[in-house]
Design a protein. Structure first.
Length: 160
């Protein structure tokens, strides 16, 4: 008997990746239907900028030629979720931008409010994720807490 597992004729990895990307679609769809993020939920979404179907402003694709991470938190608009991807409006350096991102281009999804994270495999013809800068879309507007201060704590560290 051999310890080597036989090659599967069923693409289980692809099926699982597709199902997990559907989780992202469902979560974003719930936000689209209500128009707000519930509670303290917010999302970091990492995607391949050069993947098929990605449509982002030229200055962003030049700055992030391989991969970038966006933050869906307080300042986003026109979120539209479709079967194969989503589009959202975000601000980068005070300039509004529309991003169209297919679910197949997503390599990571994190909701730090509940310590939930999904990582997706890169396409087979890609070498894998490379280090990249954070997208730096405009930060949320600070909302005063009950004592009248404007102190906001934001943790941008990523768990691996």
């Amino acid at each position: 008997m051999s310890d080597d597992a036989p090659d599967s004729l069923i693409p289980y990895d692809e099926i699982v990746q597709e199902a997990l990307r559907a989780v992202v679609g469902r979560v974003l769809g719930e936000v689209e239907s209500t128009g707000v993020l519930p509670g303290k939920h917010h999302f970091y979404i990492t995607f391949k900028t050069n993947a098929s179907g990605v449509d982002i402003p030229r200055h962003l694709s030049e700055r992030f030629p391989d991969e970038m991470t966006i933050v869906i938190q307080n300042r986003f608009w026109d979120l539209k979720v479709e079967e194969d991807g989503f589009q959202v409006g975000l601000s980068f350096n005070q300039a509004p931008s529309k991003l169209i991102i297919p679910f197949a281009a997503i390599t990571g999804f994190v909701d730090p409010a509940v310590n939930f994270a999904l990582q997706f495999q890169a396409q087979a013809d890609e070498a894998g994720p490379q280090d990249h800068e954070e997208a730096e879309n405009d930060h949320p507007i600070a909302e005063p807490v009950e004592d009248g201060s404007n102190v906001v704590s934001v943790d941008f560290s990523r768990k691996k």
